[in-house]
Design a protein around this ligand. Structure first.
Ligand SMILES: Cc1ncc(COP(=O)(O)O)c(C=O)c1O
Length: 363
């Protein structure tokens, strides 16, 4: 690499360097086979070993209870916006689900779900452009709802649940695309936790779905088989050719997470990384945090500058300093630093120093 570049893009996002090096080393000759891992059959014993190891690591690292299945599904997170209502709405006769609208992605999810059943939006953060998490509690969810739905971390605005709403008997479905395995998971009350891979796990186009087993097997009759959770569950996600490269990469990322000390250690590191940036934001009026303090994300830190000219100058100078892809999403504006698991502290430190220097010369 000619110059050290830190990738702050929201996704596809930074992956751990040791993982990418291992992919590079093994790419032409996987385990002495003389062929690449992307050339071998998804039904070969070598690939099945990858799949088994990935499952094993996910279970161990996340403390996944035995009554949950691990599925690797096609189509990224957004495909789950359809799969979830198609599989879960029939759990109760009312075909009802309750969504908390915490941003763009949960809005897309509830609009999609409304094509298949009765969707209630219990609360929405739209009034404050999703800078705060709206409340969701059991009193807001009717007894005849099949499930309730939240987005754990809102990638665009930079808000994140510290802990999930406890809804008792109503299974909670969590889109954890942008914070999966960034901290220990409490599976109490969780029906499904899902995430597309391209932030904390691997390449885009596939999703990891962790689902409580008793919720599998209720899909609507019209559900395409490759959206039906029971098809994935019965076939170990090999009903057809799965994205072998994405699963192989995820397996390596899970090995890396284990070597790093697992989710407890990751949570401490992620807190320290985020604190480094929020401390700069809070020390001045030059930068303004977009998310409400109490709901701040440890994965996506978002802020504005006094005007658009300064924002553009900030982005250009940041890039010259090896700080890549800091532009905020168009729905929120400003700057967004995505600091997923693979972002080292050194990247956050460099960005924090750059922010202070930029303010000194432009403030
Ligand atoms: C929280 C969240 N949910 C869903 C998605 C959509 O993921 P995909 O592009 O894999 O469908 C994203 C993408 O950034 C996201 O951040």
């Amino acid at each position: 690499m000619s110059k050290q570049v830190y990738n702050f893009g929201a996704g596809p996002a930074i992956l751990p360097i040791p993982v990418m090096k291992q992919i590079q080393e093994e790419f032409l000759d996987y385990k002495g086979m003389g062929v690449s891992v992307i050339e071998i059959s998804h039904r070969s014993k070598e690939f099945e070993a990858v799949l088994d190891r990935c499952d094993e690591l996910i279970r161990e690292i996340s403390n996944l209870p035995d009554d949950y299945s691990i599925l690797y599904t096609h189509g990224g997170a957004r495909m789950q916006f359809s799969a979830i209502p198609m599989n879960l709405l029939p759990l109760k006769p009312a075909h009802k689900a309750v969504y908390s609208e915490t941003g763009n992605f949960s809005k897309q999810a509830n609009v999609e779900a409304a094509r298949y059943g009765n969707i209630e939006v219990a609360s929405s953060g739209e009034d404050c452009n999703y800078s705060k998490l709206p409340p969701l509690n059991r009193d807001m969810v009717s007894d005849d709802a099949s499930y309730a739905y939240i987005t754990s971390n809102n990638t665009i605005y930079g808000t994140q649940y510290k802990s999930y709403p406890q809804l008792g008997d109503i299974p909670l479905v969590v889109d954890a695309t942008s914070d999966i395995f960034s901290r220990p998971v409490d599976f109490t009350g969780l029906g499904i936790m899902f995430a597309s891979l391209q932030k904390n796990l691997g390449p885009a186009g596939t999703a990891l779905v962790l689902i409580r087993k008793d919720l599998i097997g209720y899909a609507m009759e019209l559900t395409p088989s490759l959206l039906d959770y029971s098809v994935y569950d019965k076939s170990h996600s090999l009903a057809n050719t799965n994205n072998t490269f994405a699963i192989y990469t995820t397996c390596l990322v899970m090995e890396w997470l284990k070597n790093e000390g697992g989710l407890e250690t990751m949570a401490v590191k992620n807190q320290m990384k985020a604190d480094t940036l929020y401390q700069v934001i809070d020390s001045t009026d030059f930068y303004n945090g977009i998310a409400a303090r109490e709901d701040r994300s440890l994965m996506n830190v978002s802020w504005t500058l006094p005007n658009e000219d300064l924002t553009q100058r900030f982005l250009a100078e940041a890039l010259e300093n090896g700080l890549y892809a800091l532009k905020g999403h168009r729905a929120a504006g400003g700057i967004r630093a995505s600091i997923y698991n693979a972002m080292p502290m050194a990247g956050c430190k460099l960005l924090a120093d750059f922010m202070q220097e930029f303010e000194r010369t432009n403030g």
